[in-house]
Design a binder for this molecule. Structure first.
Ligand code: RB5
Length: 152
């Protein structure tokens, strides 16, 4: 399984911590930047990660900016992307069980490294429940189709 990672300068440190968690789990990762602390624009990195997931080049992604808000707004523009901004264990678990989130989003300036490491494990260990939740995801996919076809 391939997991792509992306951050801006506000999420760089936390992204490096997350990369360690993923490596410790033996997962294949690809860091799509940013690579240093210079100020950059979060949509550029959300785009790289979201495109890889949207195109099926990666199964999952992790995006981190200062709050996680900009990354989630941007990533959710891409078809098939379900990017979930999480701050606690319950959200990380539900992001997978109910929303089948394929991109985990966190904020490097709003949470501890320890919490972030834990939330990555919770998200990866949780399983999508399907059932009534699939009906809801299908409705999201239908909205994406309407946007693509220009009917809304
Ligand atoms: C960058 O200063 C900051 O705006 C960005 O990291 C993020 O928090 C945006 O949502």
């Amino acid at each position: 399984m391939m997991i792509v990672l992306g951050s801006d300068h506000g999420g760089l440190e936390l992204k490096n911590a997350v990369a360690q968690v993923l490596a410790a789990r033996g997962l294949e990762t690809l860091d799509l930047g940013t690579g240093n602390g210079d100020s950059v624009d979060y949509p550029d990195f959300a785009e790289k990660v979201a495109l890889a997931v949207s195109r099926g080049e990666a199964e999952l992604g992790v995006l981190i900016c200062g709050t996680g808000i900009g990354m989630s707004i941007t990533a959710n523009k891409y078809p098939g992307v379900r990017a979930a901004l999480v701050t606690d264990e319950y959200m990380a678990q539900m992001a997978r069980e109910h929303n089948n989130a394929n991109i985990l989003v966190m904020g490097g300036r709003v949470m501890s490294e320890e919490n972030a490491r834990h939330l990555v494990d919770v998200w990866l260990d949780a399983e999508y429940e399907g059932g009534r939740h699939q009906r809801r995801l299908d409705k999201i996919a239908r909205i994406e189709q309407d946007v693509r076809s220009g009917s809304i």
